[in-house]
Design a protein around this ligand. Structure first.
Ligand code: ATP
Ligand code: MG
Length: 403
């Protein structure tokens, strides 16, 4: 099983410029997580901080008991071996062909024979659709191929944790779909903990178990995918739908006067820039038939059912709907359509009091695994979070609000 990554109160600045602060989340072991966020919000800086390439000002990032913010160089070196990282720019060595680029970590960190290295490199190149391109230099191949070569290199050490910074950028939609499938298949095969940073909404909706978003120097949400995908927060809704109208501006957040002006234009029939309304939860990609069941998926179900009562009602509904009838029976929950008219708090409004779906607790089993084998996300108070978002919406930047 992949390692858990526990991030607590992480804060990063460059000089006097704060990038984000007090970021707290856990990447559950062996699950796939994704981080969304407008350009420039510090997603790449976050990934680099997680592997100790950048040093946060304060906070912790603990992997297998080692806090990479405070640890020694030696511990950092050892802990980094657990990671496979696909950097945003691919970060290939320009003077080495693809074979040598992909072989590099094996030659650097292992004592494997050249014939063993060749077997592994060719396997990873084939996996990422690059068979036959091993003698090409990075400058001789397309941007998408460079990206895939970066992914092949990230995989050669059989990492416990895979970080991918915008793996889809430079890829066409079909290759992006293949890449999502590849990540899910990989997860099924090696049970690695995966974090993907992306702008790609389709990928964010179909790939991860958990979804988060960085905005205005904070982690505004991180949790089961259903929470973000059913959220009606303006910033989430704007981002998921790719609209100009909303709190996210071209270079910075908008103030209330700008928002009001936009709203007036929208009401007068001006196009919002988005295409269709893509809110809602769609089915998650499954491993290719014939591959083993994802252990992370099984653990996630247990984990999410344990925290169910803390989630907003729309997320609870989406989670229950995603379960098979057998799983619903096993966990003692029923879809909304089957719940009697006496159900309380059916407003669908996250943050409203009493919004939990009544669970049939008589025969409920809240998990198949012992609690200490189920990763816990930091206890999130979604109501408090919703109020903070509301506060951000009401107070324009620079006027005492959270920025
Ligand atoms: N080494 C550095 N020194 C100083 N500032 C930096 C450094 N690296 C990043 N920054 C700044 O940190 C901010 C966040 O950058 P980052 O690359 O993490 O954004 P991002 O969310 O990944 O954006 P994108 O989606 O466009 O990739 C930017 O303002 C950037 O200029
Ligand atoms: Mg980036």
């Amino acid at each position: 099983m992949g390692a858990e990554v526990v991030v607590e109160g992480l804060t990063k600045s460059f000089g006097s410029t704060n990038i984000w602060r007090d970021v707290t989340l856990s990447l559950p072991p062996g699950e796939v997580s994704a981080m969304l966020g407008p350009s420039g919000t510090g997603k790449s800086v976050f990934l680099k901080s997680m592997i100790g390439l950048l040093k946060p000002d304060s906070g912790k990032c603990v992997i297998n008991g080692v806090d990479i913010v405070q640890c020694s160089e030696r511990e950092l070196y050892e802990t980094r071996k657990l990671f496979g990282v696909l950097f945003q720019d691919g970060a290939l060595f320009g003077s080495m062909n693809l074979f040598d680029n992909v072989a590099f970590p094996l030659r650097e960190h292992t004592k494997k024979s050249e014939s063993e290295i060749k077997r592994i490199v060719l396997e990873k190149l084939e996996m990422t659709g690059l068979k036959g391109a091993e003698t090409k230099l990075p400058g001789e191949i397309s941007g998408g191929m460079r990206k895939r070569a970066g992914l092949a290199r990230a995989l050669v050490l059989d990492p416990e944790i895979i970080l991918c910074d915008e793996p889809d950028s430079g890829l066409d939609p079909v290759r992006t779909a293949y890449l999502s499938q590849l990540l899910i298949d990989l997860n099924a095969q090696i049970d690695a903990t995966i974090l993907v940073v992306t702008h790609n909404i389709n990928l964010a909706r179909t790939l991860p178990d958990n979804l988060g978003m960085l905005f205005r120097k904070e982690l505004v949400m991180f949790g089961p995918r259903e929470v973000l995908l059913t959220s009606d927060e303006p910033v989430v809704e704007q981002f998921l739908n790719g609209k100009r109208i909303g709190p996210i501006g071209m270079s910075e957040e908008k103030d209330s006067a700008q928002l009001a002006q936009e709203q007036a234009m929208l009401e007068a029939g001006h196009h919002h820039g988005g295409t269709e309304d893509v809110r809602g939860v769609v089915p998650q990609i499954q491993p290719t038939p014939g591959l083993p069941e994802r252990q992370g998926d099984r653990r996630r179900k247990d984990r999410v059912m344990q925290m169910m009562h803390t989630l907003p009602a729309p997320a609870q509904e989406a989670i229950i709907d995603s379960l098979t009838p057998e799983e619903q029976r096993h966990y003692g929950v029923r879809p909304r359509s089957l719940v009697g008219a006496g159900r309380s708090g059916a407003s669908g409004n996250p943050g409203s009091a009493g919004n939990t779906l009544p669970l049939d607790t008589s025969d409920a089993q809240r998990g198949q695994l012992p609690a200490d084998e189920v990763a816990s996300l930091p206890q999130q108070d979604w109501n408090a979070q919703t109020q903070r978002m509301q506060h951000r919406r009401d107070v324009p930047p620079g006027q005492g609000g959270v920025q």
